[in-house]
Ligand binder design. Structure first.
Ligand SMILES: Cc1cc2nc3c(=O)[nH]c(=O)nc-3n(C[C@H](O)[C@H](O)[C@H](O)COP(=O)(O)OP(=O)(O)OC[C@H]3O[C@@H](n4cnc5c(N)ncnc54)[C@H](O)[C@@H]3O)c2cc1C
Length: 394
């Protein structure tokens, strides 16, 4: 039986960022990851300045900046008539306002940066093939049983084990996530195969009625990341089988031929269901708390799920530094600080998804309201997201 100050279940972006933040604050950490290796899917992720600031804080910036792409704008296009209905500058004006850049990066490069820093850290132990199977809270310690029968004891436990978190089940109870009926198919292709490069310096989205296609370059511009999302009619009809490639193609029939043709970039081997959970006000039980998707999974429409996990990590480490001998007190203080901010992300993402996927008159109204607005005029509406956590947390 191994002893460690802090156990973390899950070594995704949330678990590794928490491990580094806690170790940098002086704690001994053991990360227990279910998979046989620490890895991420082979697609892209967007990071706002609230997250890039955190990468800088933990010394990851130089590594990240070598492969990240710095888009010049976020462009919103109508998938039916291809008209641009909104644009948010991510250029010098954005940098001047938010202090840190907006980047897009390959998920493996991002996880790799956290992993390399964790591997080097003398206070972090990283273990794979350690799926959490049981938790016992002894009061002064927490004992974790893994699927392979091994046991680990720590002063406290952080559940960073994702949307279907077993730690959450222990803390909050077993409740399945909310299935929205929207699905994503993804694809990454060499930039040389892209036939329309009008927007390849930006993050762009083509939006139609219950469909969208998001595109941005990765790996210093060598490849294009594509995510096609649609609301499944079969799901809406209550059928148990839904989300096939045939449904994807049928939903994109409404799109302009220019948009439809880009479905070629999408791989049809696998899809991802869009799920979230209603926000909750308590995700702590005794000396056990949750972080990232385990605590507050969100739809991706604000591109903030991983960014929130990074913020969680900074705040968690700070509160544990303040109350090192009382993890429960530290966890309640951490949670108090994170509940409303993360709930705002979850609920705003849902609402924004409806704006993005509008059809009929709602679509006309959206385009009419947004079109013609100056690209910098959106800044005050996104301040709450991108200004991030208070400076005092750093
Ligand atoms: C289509 C899509 C696009 C997105 N785009 C963005 C974006 O642009 N920007 C952004 O910030 N966010 C984005 N997100 C959200 C982001 O991917 C997640 O919020 C983030 O990955 C959550 O990290 P996490 O570490 O909390 O959970 P996860 O990444 O799910 O990691 C959980 C880890 O726990 C492990 N685990 C699971 N069960 C156990 C167990 N029993 N024991 C031990 N370990 C276990 C898993 O193997 C995994 O390694 C997007 C999500 C989707 C679906």
């Amino acid at each position: 039986m191994k002893d460690s100050q802090i156990l973390i279940s899950g070594g995704g972006l949330g678990g590794l960022s928490a491990a580094l933040a806690l170790a940098e604050s002086g704690f001994e950490v053991t990360v227990l990851e279910k998979a046989a290796e620490f890895t991420e899917i082979g697609y892209g992720i967007q990071l706002g300045p609230n997250a890039t600031r955190i990468l800088k804080r933990y010394g990851l910036w130089d590594t990240v900046a070598t492969t990240a792409v710095f888009p010049e704008a976020m462009v919103f296009l109508d998938a039916i008539d291809t008209e641009e209905w909104a644009r948010v500058n991510l250029n010098e004006a954005f940098l001047a306002r938010f202090g840190h850049p907006y980047v897009v990066i390959h998920r493996r490069d991002l996880l790799g940066a956290w992993l390399a820093a964790c591997e080097k850290h003398p206070r972090i132990q990283l273990l794979t093939s350690k799926g959490l199977a049981g938790i016992t809270d002894h009061g002064q310690s927490v004992e974790v049983r893994c699927e392979d029968g091994s046991r680990y004891v720590g002063r406290c436990l952080v559940g960073a084990d994702g949307l279907l978190s077993p730690t959450r089940e222990y803390v909050v109870g077993a409740e399945p996530p909310r299935v929205t009926g929207f699905l994503a198919y993804r694809g990454v292709i060499p930039i040389g195969k892209v036939f329309d490069r009008t927007y390849d310096r930006s993050v762009i989205g083509w939006f139609g009625h219950n469909i969208h296609l998001v595109q941005y370059a990765l790996r210093a511009g060598d490849v294009l990341n594509n995510v096609a999302v649609f609301g499944s009619p079969a799901f809406a009809r209550g059928e148990s089988e839904f989300g096939s490639p045939a449904e994807l193609n049928a939903m994109f029939e409404q799109a302009h031929p220019r948009v439809k043709s880009m479905l070629e970039y999408i791989s049809l081997d696998r899809n991802w269901m869009m799920r979230d959970r209603d926000p909750i006000s308590n995700w702590t039980r005794g000396n056990i708390t949750l972080l990232g998707d385990a605590a507050h999974p969100t739809l991706q429409y604000l591109a903030q799920g991983a960014c929130m996990a990074f913020e969680d990590s900074v705040v968690l480490a700070k509160r544990l530094t303040e109350f090192p001998d009382d993890p429960n007190r530290a966890f309640l203080a951490y949670q108090k600080q994170r509940v409303l901010r993360t709930a705002r992300v979850v609920l705003t993402a849902r609402a924004f998804g409806q704006v993005l996927h509008a059809g009929g008159v709602a679509r006309d109204l959206r385009n009419d309201l947004y079109r013609g607005r100056a690209p910098d005029s959106f800044f005050h509406e996104i301040d709450w997201i991108y200004r991030g956590i208070p400076d005092t947390e750093f």
